[in-house]
Ligand binder design. Structure first.
Ligand code: PHE
Length: 347
Protein backbone atom coordinates (compact mmCIF):
# COMPACT_ATOMS: atom_id res chain seq x y z
CA UNK A 1 0.00 0.00 0.00
CA UNK A 2 2.83 2.35 0.87
CA UNK A 3 4.42 1.62 -2.48
CA UNK A 4 1.14 2.28 -4.21
CA UNK A 5 0.92 5.65 -2.42
CA UNK A 6 4.46 6.59 -3.42
CA UNK A 7 3.66 5.70 -7.02
CA UNK A 8 0.51 7.79 -6.95
CA UNK A 9 2.49 10.69 -5.57
CA UNK A 10 5.07 10.45 -8.34
CA UNK A 11 2.32 10.17 -10.92
CA UNK A 12 0.51 13.22 -9.51
CA UNK A 13 3.70 15.30 -9.35
CA UNK A 14 4.39 14.36 -12.93
CA UNK A 15 0.99 15.52 -14.08
CA UNK A 16 1.36 18.78 -12.16
CA UNK A 17 4.63 19.39 -13.94
CA UNK A 18 3.33 18.58 -17.38
CA UNK A 19 -0.05 20.28 -17.01
CA UNK A 20 -0.32 23.22 -19.35
CA UNK A 21 -2.91 25.74 -18.39
CA UNK A 22 -5.30 26.08 -15.53
CA UNK A 23 -7.91 23.73 -16.91
CA UNK A 24 -5.52 20.76 -17.10
CA UNK A 25 -4.31 21.47 -13.58
CA UNK A 26 -7.83 21.43 -12.22
CA UNK A 27 -8.52 18.16 -13.97
CA UNK A 28 -5.37 16.63 -12.46
CA UNK A 29 -6.30 17.87 -9.02
CA UNK A 30 -9.71 16.25 -9.26
CA UNK A 31 -8.13 13.06 -10.55
CA UNK A 32 -5.93 12.70 -7.44
CA UNK A 33 -7.46 14.74 -4.65
CA UNK A 34 -11.07 15.08 -5.70
CA UNK A 35 -13.90 13.30 -3.87
CA UNK A 36 -13.43 10.26 -6.05
CA UNK A 37 -9.72 10.92 -6.56
CA UNK A 38 -7.03 8.26 -6.35
CA UNK A 39 -5.45 9.49 -3.10
CA UNK A 40 -8.83 10.04 -1.51
CA UNK A 41 -9.72 6.45 -2.29
CA UNK A 42 -6.64 5.24 -0.46
CA UNK A 43 -7.52 7.35 2.54
CA UNK A 44 -11.03 5.95 2.53
CA UNK A 45 -9.66 2.39 2.44
CA UNK A 46 -7.64 2.97 5.61
CA UNK A 47 -10.45 1.79 7.85
CA UNK A 48 -10.08 -1.73 6.47
CA UNK A 49 -6.47 -1.90 7.54
CA UNK A 50 -5.07 -3.33 10.70
CA UNK A 51 -4.62 -0.89 13.55
CA UNK A 52 -0.80 -0.87 13.36
CA UNK A 53 -0.73 -0.46 9.58
CA UNK A 54 -3.45 2.12 9.59
CA UNK A 55 -1.41 4.61 11.60
CA UNK A 56 1.65 4.35 9.42
CA UNK A 57 -0.10 4.34 6.06
CA UNK A 58 -2.55 6.96 7.28
CA UNK A 59 0.11 9.47 8.20
CA UNK A 60 2.01 8.84 4.95
CA UNK A 61 -1.17 9.29 2.91
CA UNK A 62 -1.94 12.52 4.75
CA UNK A 63 1.57 13.85 4.19
CA UNK A 64 1.33 13.06 0.51
CA UNK A 65 -2.06 14.65 0.26
CA UNK A 66 -0.83 17.84 1.93
CA UNK A 67 2.29 17.94 -0.19
CA UNK A 68 0.29 17.50 -3.39
CA UNK A 69 -2.21 20.12 -2.33
CA UNK A 70 0.63 22.59 -1.78
CA UNK A 71 2.10 21.74 -5.18
CA UNK A 72 -1.23 22.20 -6.88
CA UNK A 73 -1.91 25.58 -5.36
CA UNK A 74 1.58 26.84 -6.06
CA UNK A 75 1.32 25.87 -9.71
CA UNK A 76 -2.15 27.38 -9.90
CA UNK A 77 -0.80 30.65 -8.55
CA UNK A 78 1.87 30.62 -11.21
CA UNK A 79 -0.76 30.18 -13.85
CA UNK A 80 -2.55 33.15 -12.38
CA UNK A 81 -5.61 31.17 -11.51
CA UNK A 82 -5.97 32.12 -7.90
CA UNK A 83 -6.02 35.83 -7.32
CA UNK A 84 -4.01 37.09 -4.41
CA UNK A 85 -6.26 38.44 -1.77
CA UNK A 86 -7.18 41.89 -2.97
CA UNK A 87 -5.72 44.63 -0.85
CA UNK A 88 -6.01 48.29 -1.62
CA UNK A 89 -3.11 50.38 -0.44
CA UNK A 90 -4.69 53.81 -0.21
CA UNK A 91 -1.32 55.43 0.43
CA UNK A 92 0.00 54.56 -3.06
CA UNK A 93 0.01 57.38 -5.62
CA UNK A 94 -2.89 57.07 -8.09
CA UNK A 95 -2.53 56.06 -11.71
CA UNK A 96 -1.74 59.08 -13.86
CA UNK A 97 -4.45 60.06 -16.29
CA UNK A 98 -3.02 61.08 -19.67
CA UNK A 99 -3.37 64.78 -20.29
CA UNK A 100 -4.11 66.20 -23.71
CA UNK A 101 -1.58 68.42 -25.46
CA UNK A 102 -1.98 71.80 -27.08
CA UNK A 103 -1.14 71.77 -30.76
CA UNK A 104 1.98 73.87 -31.46
CA UNK A 105 0.00 75.98 -33.92
CA UNK A 106 -2.55 76.78 -31.24
CA UNK A 107 0.22 77.70 -28.77
CA UNK A 108 1.79 80.24 -31.11
CA UNK A 109 -1.56 81.48 -32.38
CA UNK A 110 -2.80 82.31 -28.89
CA UNK A 111 0.49 84.00 -27.98
CA UNK A 112 0.19 86.21 -31.04
CA UNK A 113 -3.46 86.95 -30.36
CA UNK A 114 -2.48 88.14 -26.87
CA UNK A 115 0.33 90.26 -28.25
CA UNK A 116 -1.99 91.95 -30.75
CA UNK A 117 -4.78 92.42 -28.26
CA UNK A 118 -2.28 94.30 -26.11
CA UNK A 119 -1.80 96.67 -29.07
CA UNK A 120 -5.54 97.24 -29.41
CA UNK A 121 -6.30 94.74 -32.18
CA UNK A 122 -9.43 92.58 -32.27
CA UNK A 123 -9.34 88.93 -33.36
CA UNK A 124 -11.58 88.12 -36.32
CA UNK A 125 -12.45 85.06 -38.25
CA UNK A 126 -13.89 84.53 -41.72
CA UNK A 127 -15.26 81.83 -43.99
CA UNK A 128 -12.87 79.23 -45.41
CA UNK A 129 -15.25 78.51 -48.26
CA UNK A 130 -15.07 81.97 -49.76
CA UNK A 131 -16.27 83.85 -52.83
CA UNK A 132 -14.12 84.82 -55.76
CA UNK A 133 -15.21 88.38 -55.01
CA UNK A 134 -13.62 88.59 -51.55
CA UNK A 135 -10.58 86.46 -52.40
CA UNK A 136 -9.59 88.35 -55.54
CA UNK A 137 -11.97 90.93 -56.94
CA UNK A 138 -12.17 93.12 -53.83
CA UNK A 139 -8.43 92.74 -53.34
CA UNK A 140 -7.71 94.52 -56.59
CA UNK A 141 -7.37 91.36 -58.68
CA UNK A 142 -10.01 91.44 -61.42
CA UNK A 143 -10.81 88.27 -63.37
CA UNK A 144 -7.96 88.58 -65.87
CA UNK A 145 -5.34 89.74 -63.36
CA UNK A 146 -2.12 87.74 -63.70
CA UNK A 147 -1.58 87.78 -59.91
CA UNK A 148 -4.45 85.30 -59.56
CA UNK A 149 -1.92 82.71 -60.69
CA UNK A 150 0.34 83.50 -57.71
CA UNK A 151 -1.69 80.97 -55.76
CA UNK A 152 -2.97 77.66 -57.01
CA UNK A 153 -6.51 77.93 -55.84
CA UNK A 154 -8.98 75.11 -55.23
CA UNK A 155 -12.20 76.04 -57.02
CA UNK A 156 -15.49 74.52 -55.94
CA UNK A 157 -17.86 72.80 -58.31
CA UNK A 158 -21.12 74.42 -57.22
CA UNK A 159 -23.24 71.53 -58.42
CA UNK A 160 -21.57 69.43 -55.71
CA UNK A 161 -22.64 71.72 -52.89
CA UNK A 162 -25.11 70.28 -50.44
CA UNK A 163 -26.42 73.61 -49.32
CA UNK A 164 -27.41 75.44 -52.49
CA UNK A 165 -28.25 78.69 -50.75
CA UNK A 166 -30.09 81.30 -52.73
CA UNK A 167 -27.48 83.87 -51.73
CA UNK A 168 -24.64 81.70 -53.02
CA UNK A 169 -26.37 81.05 -56.32
CA UNK A 170 -24.41 83.54 -58.38
CA UNK A 171 -21.13 83.31 -56.50
CA UNK A 172 -18.01 81.61 -57.69
CA UNK A 173 -16.86 79.73 -54.63
CA UNK A 174 -13.39 78.55 -53.72
CA UNK A 175 -11.34 77.47 -50.74
CA UNK A 176 -9.64 80.70 -49.65
CA UNK A 177 -5.94 80.63 -50.61
CA UNK A 178 -5.13 83.35 -48.07
CA UNK A 179 -6.70 85.16 -45.11
CA UNK A 180 -6.72 88.51 -46.96
CA UNK A 181 -10.45 88.37 -47.87
CA UNK A 182 -11.15 89.10 -44.20
CA UNK A 183 -9.45 92.49 -44.64
CA UNK A 184 -12.40 93.63 -46.75
CA UNK A 185 -15.04 91.74 -44.76
CA UNK A 186 -13.65 93.28 -41.56
CA UNK A 187 -13.60 96.84 -42.92
CA UNK A 188 -17.15 96.46 -44.23
CA UNK A 189 -18.36 95.27 -40.87
CA UNK A 190 -16.41 97.48 -38.47
CA UNK A 191 -15.55 100.61 -40.51
CA UNK A 192 -12.63 102.91 -39.63
CA UNK A 193 -10.64 103.15 -37.43
CA UNK A 194 -10.02 99.43 -37.50
CA UNK A 195 -7.36 97.08 -36.11
CA UNK A 196 -7.69 93.32 -36.46
CA UNK A 197 -5.80 90.08 -36.77
CA UNK A 198 -7.28 87.05 -38.50
CA UNK A 199 -5.77 83.65 -37.76
CA UNK A 200 -7.09 80.83 -39.92
CA UNK A 201 -6.76 77.99 -42.33
CA UNK A 202 -5.99 78.51 -45.98
CA UNK A 203 -5.89 76.11 -48.90
CA UNK A 204 -3.71 75.80 -51.98
CA UNK A 205 -3.37 73.15 -54.61
CA UNK A 206 0.20 72.21 -53.78
CA UNK A 207 2.22 69.11 -54.44
CA UNK A 208 2.84 67.95 -50.88
CA UNK A 209 6.34 67.46 -49.52
CA UNK A 210 8.24 68.34 -46.33
CA UNK A 211 7.86 72.07 -47.05
CA UNK A 212 4.47 72.25 -48.82
CA UNK A 213 0.96 71.45 -47.64
CA UNK A 214 -2.42 72.02 -49.27
CA UNK A 215 -3.85 73.12 -45.90
CA UNK A 216 -1.93 75.47 -43.65
CA UNK A 217 -2.42 78.49 -41.40
CA UNK A 218 -1.90 82.19 -41.84
CA UNK A 219 -2.49 85.22 -39.69
CA UNK A 220 -3.64 88.35 -41.42
CA UNK A 221 -3.21 91.72 -39.77
CA UNK A 222 -4.77 95.04 -40.72
CA UNK A 223 -4.76 98.49 -39.21
CA UNK A 224 -6.71 101.41 -40.69
CA UNK A 225 -6.75 104.88 -39.20
CA UNK A 226 -5.87 108.49 -39.99
CA UNK A 227 -2.22 109.08 -40.92
CA UNK A 228 -1.08 105.46 -40.87
CA UNK A 229 2.25 105.11 -42.67
CA UNK A 230 4.92 102.55 -43.50
CA UNK A 231 6.68 103.56 -40.29
CA UNK A 232 3.72 102.27 -38.25
CA UNK A 233 3.74 99.09 -40.29
CA UNK A 234 7.43 98.41 -39.66
CA UNK A 235 7.13 99.25 -35.96
CA UNK A 236 4.24 96.84 -35.44
CA UNK A 237 5.89 94.00 -37.34
CA UNK A 238 9.15 94.49 -35.42
CA UNK A 239 7.19 94.33 -32.17
CA UNK A 240 5.57 91.16 -33.40
CA UNK A 241 8.85 89.50 -34.39
CA UNK A 242 10.64 90.41 -31.14
CA UNK A 243 7.65 89.18 -29.12
CA UNK A 244 7.55 85.97 -31.05
CA UNK A 245 11.21 85.10 -30.61
CA UNK A 246 11.47 86.59 -27.13
CA UNK A 247 14.45 88.78 -28.05
CA UNK A 248 15.44 91.67 -30.32
CA UNK A 249 15.80 90.29 -33.83
CA UNK A 250 17.78 91.77 -36.68
CA UNK A 251 15.43 92.56 -39.57
CA UNK A 252 15.55 94.03 -43.06
CA UNK A 253 12.90 95.38 -45.42
CA UNK A 254 12.76 94.61 -49.14
CA UNK A 255 10.28 95.72 -51.76
CA UNK A 256 7.64 93.12 -52.61
CA UNK A 257 4.58 92.77 -54.80
CA UNK A 258 0.94 92.11 -53.95
CA UNK A 259 -1.89 93.77 -55.88
CA UNK A 260 -3.80 94.68 -52.71
CA UNK A 261 -0.99 96.70 -51.09
CA UNK A 262 0.98 99.66 -52.38
CA UNK A 263 3.84 99.85 -51.64
CA UNK A 264 4.39 96.18 -50.82
CA UNK A 265 7.27 95.05 -48.66
CA UNK A 266 8.83 91.84 -47.41
CA UNK A 267 10.23 91.81 -43.91
CA UNK A 268 13.11 89.37 -43.41
CA UNK A 269 14.95 88.29 -40.27
CA UNK A 270 18.59 87.30 -39.97
CA UNK A 271 18.72 83.53 -40.37
CA UNK A 272 18.30 81.95 -36.95
CA UNK A 273 20.29 78.90 -37.93
CA UNK A 274 23.51 80.34 -39.40
CA UNK A 275 23.25 83.88 -37.87
CA UNK A 276 23.53 85.38 -41.33
CA UNK A 277 26.57 83.48 -42.60
CA UNK A 278 24.58 81.50 -45.15
CA UNK A 279 23.22 77.94 -44.90
CA UNK A 280 20.78 75.67 -46.78
CA UNK A 281 17.82 76.90 -44.68
CA UNK A 282 18.23 80.48 -45.90
CA UNK A 283 19.40 79.40 -49.35
CA UNK A 284 22.78 80.94 -48.48
CA UNK A 285 21.36 84.46 -48.33
CA UNK A 286 21.73 84.82 -44.55
CA UNK A 287 18.11 86.03 -44.34
CA UNK A 288 14.72 84.36 -43.90
CA UNK A 289 11.58 85.77 -45.49
CA UNK A 290 9.10 86.23 -42.70
CA UNK A 291 6.32 88.75 -43.25
CA UNK A 292 4.87 90.01 -46.53
CA UNK A 293 3.09 93.31 -45.95
CA UNK A 294 2.26 96.74 -47.32
CA UNK A 295 -0.02 99.76 -47.28
CA UNK A 296 -3.61 98.83 -48.05
CA UNK A 297 -4.34 99.80 -51.68
CA UNK A 298 -6.83 102.72 -51.95
CA UNK A 299 -9.08 100.56 -54.12
CA UNK A 300 -9.22 97.90 -51.40
CA UNK A 301 -10.13 100.54 -48.80
CA UNK A 302 -12.96 101.60 -51.10
CA UNK A 303 -14.18 98.01 -51.44
CA UNK A 304 -14.17 97.95 -47.65
CA UNK A 305 -16.39 101.04 -47.62
CA UNK A 306 -13.64 103.32 -46.28
CA UNK A 307 -12.71 106.67 -47.83
CA UNK A 308 -9.05 106.48 -48.94
CA UNK A 309 -8.77 110.27 -48.87
CA UNK A 310 -9.42 110.29 -45.14
CA UNK A 311 -7.93 107.03 -44.01
CA UNK A 312 -4.90 104.90 -44.76
CA UNK A 313 -3.81 101.54 -43.42
CA UNK A 314 -1.37 98.69 -43.52
CA UNK A 315 -1.81 94.94 -43.80
CA UNK A 316 0.44 91.94 -43.38
CA UNK A 317 0.11 88.18 -43.88
CA UNK A 318 2.03 85.95 -41.51
CA UNK A 319 2.74 82.39 -42.53
CA UNK A 320 1.71 80.98 -39.15
CA UNK A 321 2.63 77.40 -39.97
CA UNK A 322 6.07 78.41 -41.18
CA UNK A 323 6.64 80.48 -38.05
CA UNK A 324 5.81 77.54 -35.84
CA UNK A 325 8.20 75.38 -37.83
CA UNK A 326 10.99 77.89 -37.27
CA UNK A 327 10.24 78.35 -33.61
CA UNK A 328 10.23 74.63 -32.75
CA UNK A 329 12.62 73.45 -35.49
CA UNK A 330 9.92 71.26 -37.08
CA UNK A 331 11.39 69.97 -40.30
CA UNK A 332 8.34 68.41 -41.92
CA UNK A 333 5.15 70.43 -42.47
CA UNK A 334 3.17 67.21 -42.87
CA UNK A 335 3.39 66.64 -39.09
CA UNK A 336 0.90 69.44 -38.45
CA UNK A 337 -2.20 67.71 -39.77
CA UNK A 338 -0.99 64.18 -39.16
CA UNK A 339 -2.66 63.71 -35.77
CA UNK A 340 0.42 61.68 -34.85
CA UNK A 341 0.59 61.49 -31.04
CA UNK A 342 4.36 61.02 -31.08
CA UNK A 343 4.51 64.53 -32.52
CA UNK A 344 1.74 66.13 -30.46
CA UNK A 345 2.94 64.76 -27.13
CA UNK A 346 6.12 66.80 -27.44
CA UNK A 347 4.25 70.06 -26.82
N1 PHE B 1 -2.15 87.33 -48.73
C1 PHE B 1 -0.77 87.27 -49.06
C2 PHE B 1 -0.38 85.83 -49.29
O1 PHE B 1 -1.06 84.94 -48.91
C3 PHE B 1 0.11 87.85 -47.97
C4 PHE B 1 -0.10 89.30 -47.71
C5 PHE B 1 -1.06 89.73 -46.81
C6 PHE B 1 0.69 90.25 -48.32
C7 PHE B 1 -1.24 91.09 -46.55
C8 PHE B 1 0.54 91.58 -48.09
C9 PHE B 1 -0.43 91.99 -47.19
O2 PHE B 1 0.65 85.52 -49.83
Amino acid sequence: MKIELQQLKEEALQSIKSASGLEELKQAEIKYLGRKGKITKVLRGLKDLKESERKEVGSLANDIKNELQAEFSQKKNQEGGVKKESFIDVSLPGEKIDKGHIHPLTIVQSELEDLFRSMGFIVLDGPELESDYYCFEALNMPKDHPARDMQDTFYIDKSSLYNKDEENKDLDLLMRPHTSPVQVRGMQKHGAPFRAVVPGRVYRSEVIDACHEHTFDQMEGIMVDKNISVTNLIAVIKELIDGLFGQKMETRVRPGYFPFVEPAIEMDIKCTICQGHGCPSCKNSGWLELVPAGMVHPKVLKYGGIDPDKYSGFAFGLGLTRLVMMRYCIEDIRMFNSGDLRFLEQF
